[in-house]
Design a protein around this ligand. Structure first.
Ligand SMILES: Cc1cc2nc3c(=O)[nH]c(=O)nc-3n(C[C@H](O)[C@H](O)[C@H](O)COP(=O)(O)OP(=O)(O)OC[C@H]3O[C@@H](n4cnc5c(N)ncnc54)[C@H](O)[C@@H]3O)c2cc1C
Length: 375
């Protein structure tokens, strides 16, 4: 059997956007995704999709009308408070950056490509160059596949494709989020809905923060931002299975001087999940193109979350698909070189921006944060 021309590793937002754009252009591809099925990963919160980047890619893929069925234009509001609960600013009404749940975005993209183009349960363990100078892919399920002309790493922060191209490794940022949920059935629900309302509610205190974000089903996700060691959630300091103990630890050691409104978010927190935040360095970008391989999205330019990650990832997909169409499948090297030359400055800027924003957000200096945001 002949291998598909392009292998996309990772069926996240950028891998699937690339798949859709190649589908529209009639270019042969296949997506290999580590999840066992489309229903096996419910992770991830709400994402705001920007006009010139994420929305543009969806328009190019003919998916904008479908996107609008899920897009929440009333959730563009942003409220900033201090750790005493004092509201400092409320902006963003009517902003053209509607929110969509990650699972809804994935569904739109998955429904737009033939089912046999995505191979579930394929965790890439290594990518190498074979004797014929073409890529060879080893998967955890034992499959060893070759014959592709181009392998695109869309496999996120811990990309296995990245290793063929560069030695760059993500570094811990010094900060972690503990994600939690307040569902509609939670006794705190009515209170949080009335206090936090639509969109995103960010509370900043010295060295800590809380992000409260309304989701598509009306529930809320809270992210407790902490400056803790990289292995904090794994080294036994905190056992997330013991929800009560985790709540007590947060209340006594981290948020003791915060308002009761904030403490209630901890007292009622459920579904705890850690996110240690990692970033590549600006020096990591600028590699010499490796024939047969390239990277898009977080695999290329992982940054501390700054509200742009998914938008830039989808922009990469759009730019790469355009270059492939322009140069044709016989001239992948040229397409990849031009795509990467265009992507590097974009990636460097977002890594620097994420670092700067992370520092200001954890400083507790709300004035500096508002200045950074141009508010
Ligand atoms: C806590 C947090 C909050 C965030 N909030 C926002 C936000 O509000 N707005 C925003 O724009 N961005 C946000 N981001 C960043 C955003 O999530 C990423 O930039 C975006 O998801 C990147 O998309 P991607 O497709 O490149 O990678 P991913 O979303 O990471 O997708 C990678 C895909 O590859 C698959 N995969 C991974 N390894 C392998 C493998 N070895 N083999 C096969 N498949 C593999 C994964 O299962 C996944 O499906 C946030 C990130 C975090 C951590």
């Amino acid at each position: 059997m002949t291998a598909p021309t392009i292998a996309i590793i990772g069926g996240g937002p950028c891998g699937l956007t690339l798949a859709r754009l190649l589908e529209c252009k009639g270019i042969d591809y296949v997506v290999y995704e580590r999840d066992e099925s489309e229903n096996s990963n419910r992770a991830g919160g709400s994402l705001d999709i920007h006009p010139e980047t994420g929305q543009h890619a969806l328009r190019e893929g003919g998916l904008f009308d479908e996107f609008k069925r899920y897009a929440r234009y009333d959730d563009t509001v942003f409220t900033l408070a201090d750790n005493f609960g004092k509201r400092l600013v409320k902006v963003g009404q009517g902003r053209d950056a509607p929110e969509i749940d990650r699972s809804d975005l994935r569904k739109i993209l998955l429904d737009s490509i033939p089912k046999d183009k995505i191979k579930w349960g394929h965790t890439l363990t290594s990518a190498t160059v074979g004797e014929d100078n073409l890529p060879v892919l080893q998967f955890a399920n034992g499959n060893l596949l070759s014959g592709f002309k181009l392998v695109v790493g869309a496999d996120g922060a811990w990309s296995k494709v990245r290793n063929v191209i560069t030695q760059a490794t993500p570094q811990y940022s010094g900060t972690s989020y503990l994600e939690s949920k307040i569902g509609l059935e939670n006794p705190l629900y009515e209170t949080i809905a009335s206090n936090a309302g639509a969109g995103m509610f960010l509370s900043m205190g010295p060295e800590k923060l809380i992000v409260t974000q309304r989701q598509g089903d009306g529930s809320y996700r809270n992210y407790f931002g902490l400056q803790v060691p990289e292995d904090f959630f794994r080294n036994g300091t905190v056992d997330l299975q013991d929800v009560e103990a985790t709540r007590r630890l947060l209340l006594s050691d981290y948020y003791a001087d915060w308002s009761d409104e904030h403490k209630d978010l901890i007292r009622h927190a459920t579904d705890l999940r850690p996110w240690a935040l990692y970033t590549l360095s600006t020096e990591d970008l600028g590699w010499k193109s490796v024939p047969g391989f390239t990277l898009i999205g977080d695999a290329a330019h992982l940054a501390i979350p700054n509200g742009e990650g998914v938008n830039l990832a989808m922009t990469d997909s759009f730019k790469l698909a355009s270059k492939i169409a322009e140069h044709g499948i016989e001239n992948f090297d040229q397409a990849v070189q031009e795509y990467e030359a265009d992507m590097f400055p974009r990636g460097i800027a977002t890594i620097a921006d994420g670092k700067g924003m992370g520092e200001v957000m954890f400083s507790g200096d709300s004035k500096a944060f508002l200045e950074l945001m141009g508010l």
